[in-house]
Ligand binder design. Structure first.
Ligand code: PMP
Length: 425
């Protein structure tokens, strides 16, 4: 019997390499918000944020090919394109964030951000939420809570309870922001008392991996004041909400209303080409450059810079941030009109939204139910996923050209799936 692709992967890549869906999808082609599998089946992509301006956007493909045919080197030689890009990128940010280091992944970017906080404060203690993911390097995986580090969390890492819509920190939605700030203050005091000291807090301003709880702009104001008093840095991980996805704002931190010292960007930045960056104020950058020698062979190479520039161009030419605001608002309205006994909350902002399902008034997570919904959506040709502490929140985060017609298809299909999905006894 011939070997399946799944068996071949296991033979060549080792066991437990994660795939989405019970039967993994074998994709061979993409265009815009559409994907095709090896059998020619077409899928609506309602999940992937990396192909930000649409799968295989011809302008990005052309920019990559053109530059690859002229020159590709690294930042130890001088080149205009990487500087042109840093100028364009930092022009979209405020808060004095005017310098950047180009890297290849969000994990690398966050790793540097952690070291910037150390360099600026001379301390090491770091705070994150207890239900997040900031990357796969040794340092960032210590802030990533899906699988605790071997040997447990190190003493310099403190994880505070993540904000949650249905099970708010401190017991009430109104009190959640203050309770969150109190927990951060306590973690800072512990770090200082232990002699490790506090260097900063890393957070996704949309709390994406936490399950994008329904918080309001201003949620972080008290926590920000606590961090400032302790002279720590605020490190905003924009890997998921950044680049206009929230519709109303280019950056999640501006939506939430905070003033970061360091911002990391990645995933959608070059439409699938592996690029990420750390953006900082010049004083923080100077502290970092003083404390650490840093060079990244592939970060900031001319082909990556060309892909980044083309992605920004397309975003602007096609008005994709405005599209995210329009289509996101429309989809949320339609989702809110859905009725199902297990549907507890519809939430989100721009083209990042979803719904949380629970079994009862005690808010018991309907984890298996949502897993089934995701599988049924896939069986009907729509790719979605789930997230949150209990993996019971349906997560929708499509490429930015997702239009009103696609939103209708998505929600009509979801309505059918919900109508036929058995309510567990
Ligand atoms: N930060 C966040 C919030 C992420 O969701 C991810 C990836 N899912 C990362 C960082 C890591 O990015 P990368 O996989 O590019 O290293």
């Amino acid at each position: 019997m011939s070997e399946t692709l799944t068996q071949r992967r296991a033979r060549l890549m080792g066991p437990n390499v994660p795939t989405f869906y019970e039967t993994p999808v074998h994709l061979v082609r993409g265009e815009g918000v559409w994907l095709w599998d090896a059998e020619g089946r077409k899928y609506l992509d309602a999940y992937n944020n990396v192909p930000h301006v649409g799968h295989c956007h011809p302008k990005v493909v052309e920019a990559i090919c053109r530059q690859a045919g002229v020159l590709n080197t690294h930042t130890r030689y001088l080149h205009d394109l990487v500087l042109d890009y840093i100028e364009r990128l930092t022009a979209t940010m405020g808060h004095g964030l005017s310098q950047a280091i180009m890297v290849c992944t969000g994990s690398e970017a966050n790793d540097i951000a952690l070291r910037m906080a150390q360099a600026a404060t001379g301390k090491r203690g770091i705070i994150a939420t207890d239900n997040t993911y900031h990357g796969n390097t040794t340092a960032t995986s210590q802030l990533s809570t899906r699988r605790p580090p071997i040997g447990g969390y190190p003493a310099h890492v403190r994880l505070v309870p993540a904000p949650d819509s249905l099970r708010p920190v401190g017991g009430s939605r109104e009190g959640q922001a203050a309770a969150f700030a109190r927990n951060v203050a306590r973690a800072i005091a512990e770090l200082e008392d232990s002699g490790i000291g506090f260097s900063g807090m890393m957070l996704c301003p949309f709390f994406a991996n936490e399950g994008f709880p329904a918080i309001e702009p201003g949620f972080f104001a008290e926590t920000e004041a606590v961090i400032r008093r302790a002279r720590g840095l605020i490190l905003c991980d924009e890997v998921q909400p950044g680049f206009g996805r929230l519709g109303s704002h280019m950056w999640g931190h501006d939506w939430l209303g905070i003033r970061p010292d360091v911002v990391t960007v990645g995933k959608p930045m070059a439409n699938g080409h592996p690029v990420a960056a750390v953006v900082a104020r010049p004083d923080v950058m100077a502290d970092f450059r003083e404390a650490f020698g840093y060079f990244n062979t592939f970060g900031g190479n001319p082909v990556s810079a060309a892909a980044c520039l083309a992605t920004l161009d397309v975003m602007q030419e096609e008005g994709l941030q405005a599209n995210a605001a329009k289509v996101g608002a429309y989809a949320l309205d339609r989702l809110r009109a859905l009725r199902h006994p297990l549907l507890a909350e519809v939430r989100g902002h721009g083209l990042f939204f979803g719904a949380e399902f629970v079994l009862d008034d005690a808010m018991t997570p309907a984890t298996a139910f949502v897993a089934e919904v995701v599988e049924r959506m896939r069986a009907r040709g729509i790719l979605t996923n789930r997230i949150g502490r209990h993996m019971n929140t349906l997560k929708i985060r499509p490429p930015m050209p997702f239009g009103l017609a696609e939103a209708d298809l998505l929600i009509d299909t979801l309505a059918e799936v919900l109508a036929e999905s058995a309510v567990p006894a």
